[in-house]
Ligand binder design. Structure first.
Ligand SMILES: [Zn+2]
Ligand SMILES: [Zn+2]
Length: 343
């Protein structure tokens, strides 16, 4: 008899996901069948559901923050014992294009993504290419480790590679969502002085718990005045804009010191314009960031294993309650990541 599994399908845009019983997929050559034990939910999952990502073709199974155990190996796969605990890198890359050859496989020109252009982890099982697997120590809970490939590694890449944050740098994380809170921990491990600005006190409190040195509640405090006070009027060395709209980019660029960096992690606007004096004459840099490299992911797994980083989880839901879980993201009620937890 064919083995069956529960999976949450995006059947149609703008509609709740639908739980279906479908056959467990067979791993093809070079693939591994993962028994999913945790799958993080990301604001991008809402963009996917609402049809805002052009490459998505329903019906399919979303879910791009996947962790689990190795259940079966496809043809030609070696080096992964059955039962091994793994997190799954999101990008399936070609390995041969110019960006892959530069070691920037997160910008692979031929990439497809797990949970986007191919089935993801909002299911009891998921097939992924073996090269996406990063083993993780068995005592790390997989329904927490699942957010490492996205929420953790993405901020690690933003802070370490793109922002090039150095010890003693004064940085500002603008937006205390689930990535912002992860970013606090990462920046503290580097030895930066971390300010977090946000509108929701509970999220600011969580940022403090994660190690933030200073908080700015933008509902109650003046962002410009507080920034001037915290930096002695010099401006921040590096600012991470987690929102990415015209207003935030413009304001935050003014809060960046000359030759400082404004890193756009969030992007909500199609275009933006900036002041020439601020960018050209003051040599300020505006930088984009997307995802993370496989080495970033391996680094983050190590940092979690060593207890230096802790995936910041707000709530865990069973797969059956996926639509309720997505509702938390929709209404911004989550303080930190929401994950699906499978037995
Ligand atoms: Zn994501
Ligand atoms: Zn490539």
């Amino acid at each position: 008899m064919e083995k069956m599994m529960k999976a949450a399908f995006l059947e149609r845009f703008h509609e709740p996901l639908v739980l279906r019983n479908v056959p467990v997929p067979e791993p093809g050559p070079g693939e591994v069948l993962i028994k999913v034990r945790g799958c993080g939910l990301c604001p991008t999952d809402l963009h996917i559901r609402e049809g805002r990502i052009a490459s998505i073709r329903p019906p399919y199974i979303p879910g791009h923050e996947v962790a689990g155990t190795v259940e079966a190996l496809g043809e030609g796969v070696t080096g992964h014992p059955l039962g091994e605990h793994v997190v799954v890198g999101i990008d399936v890359v070609c390995g041969t294009c110019d960006m892959c050859r530069r070691g920037m496989e997160h910008l692979c020109r031929n990439r497809v993504r797990i949970g986007f252009e191919r089935n993801g982890g909002q299911a009891e099982y998921c097939c992924v290419p073996a090269e996406c697997l990063v083993p993780i120590r068995a005592d790390i809970p997989l329904d927490e480790a699942c957010i490492i490939p996205d929420a953790v590694a993405c901020m690690y890449h933003a802070i370490k590679d793109v922002g090039s944050v150095r010890p003693g740098d004064r940085i500002l994380i603008y937006g205390a969502g689930s990535l912002g809170i992860q970013g606090v921990q990462i920046a503290k491990t580097i030895g930066a002085h971390v300010t977090v600005a946000g509108r929701t006190q509970a999220k600011l409190d969580a940022s403090r718990e994660a190690g933030a040195d200073a908080l700015i509640n933008t509902r109650e405090e003046d962002l410009e005045a507080e920034s001037a006070r915290l930096t002695g009027g010099l401006g921040f060395d590096v600012i991470f804009d987690m929102i990415g709209i015209q207003e935030t980019i413009d304001r935050l660029l003014h809060l960046t010191r000359p030759a400082g960096k404004l890193v756009l992690v969030g992007y909500a606007a199609e275009t933006f314009s900036v002041n020439t004096q601020e960018t050209v004459v003051k040599e300020k840099q505006i930088l984009g960031i997307r995802g993370s490299t496989r080495q970033n992911l391996r680094d983050c797994v190590r940092l979690v294993e060593e207890g230096i980083l802790k995936p910041y989880i707000y709530k865990k839901y069973p797969l059956e309650e996926i639509n309720t879980a997505l509702g938390e993201l929709e209404h911004l009620t989550n303080v930190g990541r929401v994950t699906l937890s499978m037995p």
